[in-house]
Design a protein around this ligand. Structure first.
Ligand SMILES: Nc1ncnc2c1ncn2[C@@H]1O[C@H](COP(=O)(O)OP(=O)(O)OP(=O)(O)O)[C@@H](O)[C@H]1O
Length: 797
């Protein structure tokens, strides 16, 4: 099964050639990190570029750490090589390695902003706001804006009057201030009067006809009477009320039965008019949405955006987005560009498929000599590695078209296709899935669809099966299908374990499959509990996994109740919430007993009666409440852990998820509590818990011999001997409700349950095509995680 044949050695060598700008388009499992490290080593050892003149940008901090470690190891090895010059350079590079900018794009931008921001509209020193802080701060500024800028308050009030819910306005304003730039929208007028006049006249006419022509119980006659009545009511009201009434007016599909009419043609005519009215109403609503959007967006653009910028800069605080946008703005200043260009000799970028237009523009600017025309890159400055087939971060702004644009500008695109990870059968299966779906070369008509070069195996095929396309038992609902899938998975896994399927051990040998070799890779966490239950019922050990429900977890809610109890000791709900949470674990019966025994609910006056344990807790909490202004949330957390013995209890149970979450809670308490103090922290935490804001639970430390569940995003960059691809659904790819912006077309569109603006459809068509391509890429990532065995289901319908 060994017998490695090197297929693209020449391409790999070519990629390392100094003096050219390279985009290495490397498929899954082709060893991208090794290639990146090799190119950095060529720069350090052969070209003699000092570490400080290298930039190496990774997608995550963890990847930056890994690359740094690998470089350290390789340089240490090079220090004992035969060539004296290389030994010297390796030693020097190792000493200076900390000066190399091996960092995420945000880290890199931080440097640019720090070096050049002063005198260019940015604060001298600044700190970067965490997303929580940024949110909170934004809300303050938004409130002040509404209060202090008269047109802002008036516009908001006018829109609320017209039927736009305030919470929509707030969300839209937040989105609008987050996006870097978007065009001022043309103002829109809506001709309510014309619409109402026309509709009233027509309704009057059809009503008269129906009265003479149709039986009283006919649906059509009743329908026209209702329409007539509604239009009368709307016109009777003041103009200010028209928009709201029209926005929420629904006209049903035409009704009525020819049999009840003296002349059937009359009903036909009425039905045609009603259909037309429905269309007209939709168009009118679309115009209303355009008008609202333009009014709100333009006022946000004129005054909220500048105010928000001014306020955060005055507070010497930048958001993560600021780092990117400000760095991009700065490198468009010729002086800054010249200075940054002179600073580095080589820029290496990992995971370049997940770039966005801002990032790619910034990187290209730094690879262009000062004064050179845009796009005329200096040779030998760029080494980009990416796999457009694995671009799966569209939801947070990655734009595979930005990748395609850069690809077009680079003269050297080097495909690497030999996969070191998977069994030939698996690669064969993957190739068959995508060869027909994706073009061999980029197709300008579909710039968001990646080109596909078949993956080539690095090991020889054996005659064992490695891929199973699984089928489910017949099922009706999605959950039943999930259960059926889970049953089938359990059956296969038990067989694999019983038959001791061999997996490669990474040292050229084999060993029998263990539970820890198995991953179930899913697109989303919905419905995972079903799989978990079924597998557990079959005796298969399953690793607990972190979801998005951090603020719904008992350990977090218990602490939230404690914080709130101290911030608001007059309300017994909070302290009772705390003592009945698993932190303290008192039962409700015990509290009822406490009351029966003459206990109070009043923290300030626990009295002498009641249950002694409850009273003891009340006294402790009262003491804490009295001192709350002096306590930081982190100190409070420590106090609670010590006093309740909760962490100890979790350790004995054992409950790794809860323990890991307590760790995360402490980090939050430290970070936010330091800046906000107790009362503000308590308010914030309560807000997150009550609004059930989705938030990642703490990542878990490595588990023992257990099957893991992993989302595709979590699985990116990882591999397992046996991968099951399950819980796949062909979901809707439509743009959901809310405000949307497409930086590529400059379109802004909004949609609610009732109305949508006129650019929504155009935007949605673009969006759907891109989402479908993204879903295919997700599937590619999932399938290519498998080393030895792949079990795949078709999507659930
Ligand atoms: N030059 C090499 N020779 C043999 N095996 C290699 C080589 N480079 C990497 N590998 C092995 O191949 C597998 C895939 O490598 P790696 O995870 O670096 O690929 P990748 O390109 O980052 O994959 P993906 O993009 O799919 O996450 C790993 O098991 C790794 O140990």
């Amino acid at each position: 099964m060994t017998g490695m044949q090197r297929l693209d050695e020449q391409a790999r060598q070519e990629a390392l050639t100094p003096g050219i700008n390279v985009l290495v388009e490397a498929g899954a499992g082709t060893g991208k990190t090794t290639l990146l490290v090799n190119r950095a080593l060529t720069a350090l050892l052969e070209e003699g570029i000092p570490p400080a003149r290298l930039v190496l940008i990774t997608f995550m901090e963890k990847a930056a750490d890994e690359i740094l470690q690998r470089l350290q190891k390789r340089l240490t090895e090079a220090m004992t090589g035969p060539d004296g010059r290389i030994r010297q350079r390796a030693e020097a590079a190792l000493t200076d390695l900390q000066h190399a900018a091996i960092t995420t794009i945000h880290g890199f931008c931080h440097g640019i902003v720090t070096r050049h921001g002063l005198g260019r509209g940015l604060p001298l020193t600044f700190r970067v706001l965490s997303p929580y802080e940024a949110d909170r701060f934004w809300e303050d500024v938004f409130r002040q804006w509404l209060d202090r800028v008269p047109e802002a308050g008036e516009t908001a009030w006018g829109l609320v009057e017209a039927g736009v819910p305030l919470r929509h306005l707030i969300t839209w304003a937040r989105d609008l201030t987050r996006w870097p730039d978007w065009p001022e929208l043309p103002s829109v007028t809506v001709d309510y009067q014309g619409f109402l006049d026309r509709t009233r006249q027509a309704a009057e006419h059809y009503r008269t006809v129906a009265l003479n022509e149709a039986d009283a119980q006919d649906g059509g006659r009743q329908q026209i009477a209702r329409i007539y009545q509604e239009i009368q009511e709307i016109t009777m009201r003041s103009r200010e009320q028209w928009p709201r009434r029209i926005a929420y007016w629904t006209v049903d599909a035409p009704k009525g039965n020819q049999k009840n009419w003296r002349h059937g043609d009359q009903l036909k005519e009425q039905k045609a008019w009603i259909t037309q009215l429905r269309e007209e109403l939709n168009r009118l609503r679309q115009r209303m949405a355009d008008q609202w959007l333009a009014r709100w967006a333009n006022i946000v653009r004129q005054s909220l955006r500048p105010l928000w910028r001014e306020r955060r800069f005055a507070a010497q605080a930048l958001t993560y987005d600021d780092l990117l946008y400000e760095a991009q703005r700065l490198v468009h200043d010729p002086e800054v560009q010249a200075s940054e260009y002179a600073r580095y000799d080589l820029i290496l970028v990992d995971e370049f498929q997940d770039t966005d237009p801002v990032q790619s523009d910034l990187i290209l600017r730094l690879a262009t000599a000062p004064g050179a025309a845009p796009g005329r890159l200096t040779p030998g400055r760029l080494f980009l590695v990416g796999d457009p087939k694995q671009s799966i971060y569209r939801f947070r702004g990655a734009d595979v078209e930005a990748y395609t644009d850069v690809r077009r500008q680079l003269t050297r695109v080097i495909p690497i296709v030999q996969n070191f990870r998977s069994q030939p059968d698996i690669l064969d299966y993957v190739n068959r899935q995508f060869l027909d779906r994706w073009p061999a070369e980029p197709d300008p008509a579909v710039p968001y669809v990646p080109p596909y070069q078949p993956l080539q195996p690095a090991i020889e095929a054996d005659n064992r099966p490695h891929v199973w396309e699984l089928t489910r038992e017949a099922c009706q609902t999605v959950d039943q299908c999930r259960r059926a899938e889970a049953e089938r998975i359990a059956e296969m896994l038990l067989t694999a374990k019983r038959e001791q399927w061999p997996v490669r051990d990474g040292h050229g040998g084999e060993r029998p499959l263990e539970w820890g070799d198995v991953a179930i890779v899913v697109p989303a966490r919905t419905g995972l509990d079903i799989y978990r239950q079924v597998l557990t019922a079959h005796g298969i050990p399953v690793a607990p996994s972190a979801g998005r429900g951090f603020f719904r977890r008992d350990e977090v809610r218990g602490f939230q109740c404690l914080c709130q109890a101290l911030a608001d000791p007059w309300n017994p709900v909070w302290w009772v919430g705390f003592v009945t949470s698993p932190w303290v674990g008192l039962s409700l019966e015990r509290l009822a007993q406490h009351r029966l025994l003459g206990g109070t609910w009043d923290l300030w006056d626990p009295g002498n009666g009641g249950d002694p344990t409850v009273r003891q807790w009340m006294e402790r909490l009262r003491y804490q409440a009295e001192h709350r202004w002096f306590d930081a949330p982190e100190t409070l957390l420590d106090w609670a852990l010590e006093t309740t013995g909760y962490a100890e209890a979790l350790r004995h149970r054992p409950a790794p998820v809860a323990l890991a979450n307590l760790g995360k809670l402490r980090d939050l308490a430290r970070e936010l509590g330091d800046r906000w103090g107790m009362a503000e922290f308590a308010r914030w935490l309560t807000d997150q818990v009550t609004r059930q804001i989705p938030e990642d639970e703490a990542p878990l430390p490595a588990m023992g011999d257990q099957v893991v569940f992993s989302t595709v995003h979590q699985a990116k960059g990882l591999e397992w001997p046996l991968v099951v691809v399950a819980n796949w659904r062909k979901g809707s790819t439509k743009l959901g409700s809310g405000l949307h912006y497409d930086p590529r077309t400059g379109l802004l569109a909004l949609k609610t349950d009732i109305w949508q603006s006129s650019d929504y459809e155009t935007m949605n068509v673009r969006h759907e095509a891109r989402e479908e391509a993204e879903a295919d890429r997700m599937r590619y990532v999932a399938l290519t995680r498998a080393r030895d065995y792949l079990l795949v289901f078709d999507p659930l319908s």
